[in-house]
Design a protein. Structure first.
Length: 277
């Protein structure tokens, strides 16, 4: 009986993802500013990549880092209101069945790793249960220290949602940046970024900027221009922006106070706890 239930669950999961992947590509570009998704300016990053289109965000996934290179969202006041009405209804991460076993991350890669599974497109942004479920796929996750993930990174996510509610809409692109040689975790050798970033374009103000956050046990975030971000990461989050906007960092709001009690990499309970939104 248990085996039959397990197989039924797998079948439903496959149907869910098949429906999502078939329906989304036509609207995938809508998550990019001016209808353009981010582009890679570092050609080396483009090896073994696949574009994954979800209900409320797009992901460029790397089979080399075994995680996202960027995620793109169009945050609107209306969608964030729906997200608040839904609340947290999904709590468990899962491997993305659209990817091959060799290219994707598995839950076992994170066990006893001392790293959280850090969302790039935040689950708290998602306007439906299905979109929230998609945000918990490991294709939308990179290893983050608990000090970053549960601390100032949460504060950045909260600040960006607050700005989107105030302005009415934002385009948001999020991703990791890696150093050489890369640090890895797990059997699949998941790449650990030395920093993660969140770029914001505000159409109402015609301005853009990015949070750049160090992925360590004493994380800090700085606000930089899109031009500086592109140079540092090899990812251009908003390729249609004119140079004057690219070179000037907008006055982004300060990260808010995280509501979570931040754990540390030495905390033995952390490895078996599901990460926050």
């Amino acid at each position: 009986m248990a085996m039959r239930h397990h197989r039924a669950g797998l079948a439903l999961s496959a149907l869910f993802w098949a429906t999502a992947s078939q329906a989304a590509p036509a609207g995938c570009a809508e998550f990019g500013g001016d209808g353009q998704l981010p582009v890679l300016t570092n050609e080396a990053l483009g090896q073994q990549t696949v574009l994954l289109c979800n209900d409320a965000f797009a992901v460029l996934h790397s089979g080399i880092s075994h995680g996202p290179l960027w995620t793109a969202e169009h945050l609107t006041e209306e969608d964030l209101e729906r997200s608040m009405q839904i609340g947290r209804v999904v709590r468990f991460f899962h491997a993305d069945p659209r990817l091959s076993f060799e290219d994707r991350a598995e839950l076992s890669d994170y066990r006893a790793s001392d790293y959280d599974r850090g969302h790039m497109a935040c689950s708290g942004d998602e306007p439906s249960r299905r979109a929230q479920e998609q945000s918990f796929a490991l294709s939308n996750v990179v290893p983050q220290t608990p000090e970053l993930n549960e601390g100032i990174w949460t504060g950045v996510e909260m600040a960006v949602r607050g700005l989107a509610r105030r302005e009415g809409e934002l385009y948001v692109v999020t991703g990791p940046v890696f150093s050489a040689p890369r640090k890895t975790i797990g059997w699949h050798r998941i790449s650990v970024p030395w920093a993660t970033w969140k770029a914001v374009y505000d159409p109402a103000e015609d301005a853009a900027g990015a949070y750049f956050c160090l992925n360590n046990t004493r994380p800090t975030c700085t606000i930089i221009s899109i031009g500086a971000l592109t140079q540092a990461t090899g990812v251009d989050p908003f390729p249609s922006l004119p140079d004057d906007i690219r070179q000037t960092a907008m006055a982004l709001p300060r990260p808010r106070q995280s509501p979570y009690a931040v754990r540390t990499q030495a905390d033995p309970e952390r490895a078996t706890t599901e990460a926050r939104p």
